[in-house]
Design a protein around this ligand. Sequence first.
Ligand SMILES: *[C@@H]1O[C@H](CO)[C@@H](O)[C@H](O)[C@H]1NC(C)=O
Ligand SMILES: *[C@@H]1O[C@H](CO)[C@@H](O)[C@H](O)[C@H]1NC(C)=O
Ligand SMILES: [Ca+2]
Length: 259
Amino acid sequence: MTANREGMHTNLIDGPEDDCSSPEVRYSVFQNPDKSRKLFCQDPFKVATACLTAFCLVLLMILVVTSVHSGKTRSSDQDSQSSAAESHMQKNCANVSSLTEELQAVKKEKSELEKERTQLKNRITELDWKHFNGSCYYVSEYRRSWSDSQAYCKRQGGHLAIILTAEEQTFIWNLLPRGYWNAYWFGISDEKIEEDWYWVDGTKLVGGFWEDGEPNNHINEDCGYMIKTNVLSRVATKSWYDAPCYMSLPWICEKLVSS
Ligand SMILES: *[C@@H]1O[C@H](CO)[C@@H](O)[C@H](O)[C@H]1NC(C)=O
Ligand SMILES: *[C@@H]1O[C@H](CO)[C@@H](O)[C@H](O)[C@H]1NC(C)=O
Ligand SMILES: [Ca+2]
């Protein structure tokens, strides 16, 4: 078998009987095209090379065609992808605009609810105002400085309470809860001129319901408050003290009854 192969090999290379067998001829083919006839019958390498070249060309063409085709396919994939992305974007835009509308509606509803809440709050606040002789009085639950308390009362359409009669003083005092030292700002101060007490409406104090020994300006005290303690012997008409205006205390507002 080996011998046989070797024989074939020898045959192929040497070419047995024809004149193609000369090595000179074989290798001169490349340099001399005139000897084409001889070339043709001759070299099996040549034929193989030609075949391989042809085959290669075909392969190359197939490759090119395939790659062009697949390129096209890919770009059409990209097209469909991008159009899908586009429609997705359109959907999202539609979503955004519908959400924007919804947001607008919710905002409107929110502002209406806030309005309603304010009205309800006002009505509840109205219930906190107690009526006496043409005025309504409000006792706060929170604490503020004297001027912040006055600002609060002003926002409610009133002012810190101005107390002109013993009946009015007693009515207000009866609204207050008892406590260890329950103190409430009302509308009097001597901030401008020491010991010249004025009401918040600019009128001068006449008389008043001070505790004995008050006001004493003990630690530069320019604002008036009244107390209602746990001591039952204390009375409404001797309940006023002075205190530093920056102190945080609850307060009493007064406003005219609106007819
Ligand atoms: C938003 O888009 C998604 C799909 O993209 C859809 O299911 C949903 O219902 C849309 N929402 C609105 C509010 O349009
Ligand atoms: C009731 O109000 C009027 C008008 O403000 C006032 O003149 C009068 O003194 C007040 N009466 C009492 C008891 O406070
Ligand atoms: Ca004072």
